[in-house]
Design a binder for this molecule. Structure first.
Ligand SMILES: [Zn+2]
Ligand SMILES: [Zn+2]
Ligand SMILES: [Zn+2]
Length: 172
């Protein structure tokens, strides 16, 4: 703008902003179903489906999930990885193909009270994983995570998890 005046931006017409096609009924059904399913339940259903589907349907699901952007590179590598690893967290040996968000189970360390600025006891937090629960919620006993060989996971606040302490030798 050589003369410094503000040129009003053209207001896009409704025709220009509207998508060229109305979402299909299938798309609307999928959108609604996914948008109204608890993520944990959705995840559990997919898990169960993999175990129960016929292998031709498993192949279809794999294809669809790949198209949906699920990164399968690591999964393909893990499936063919036969190296037995030692977890620095739970001190069990594992194969990467058996690893997962809930594969590694430990008993949480001691909880600590979370106190508000006004001194009110509002919740409880585990020092091991920093997970918090409201004061009226019963605390879960187990701390789930992935198995790991990374040393930074061997020492969480409040829990000593080295192999020396675990009695499984000098590894880790
Ligand atoms: Zn924990
Ligand atoms: Zn583990
Ligand atoms: Zn160990």
């Amino acid at each position: 703008m050589p003369d410094g005046r503000l040129v009003p931006r053209p207001i896009p017409s409704r025709e220009a902003t509207a998508s060229f096609s109305v979402p299909s009924e299938q798309a609307q059904i999928l959108k609604y179903a996914i948008g109204n399913t608890d993520p944990g339940e959705f995840h559990a259903k997919l898990h169960a489906a993999v175990a129960n589907l016929h292998h031709t349907d498993q192949a279809k699901l794999l294809e669809v999930l790949q198209k949906a952007g699920l990164v399968l590179h690591n999964a393909r590598t893990a499936v063919h990885d036969g190296e037995l690893r030692h977890c620095v967290r739970c001190h069990q040996n594992y194969l990467e193909r058996d690893n997962g968000l809930f594969a590694c189970r430990l008993t949480h360390g001691a909880p600590r009270a979370v106190v508000s600025k006004t001194g009110e006891h509002v919740g409880n937090e585990y020092v091991c994983c920093k997970k918090r629960w409201a004061v009226n919620v019963p605390l879960p006993m187990y701390c789930f995570s992935r198995h790991s060989t990374r040393p930074e996971f061997a020492f969480d606040d409040g829990i000593e998890r080295s192999c020396a302490q675990g009695g499984c030798g000098p590894r880790g």
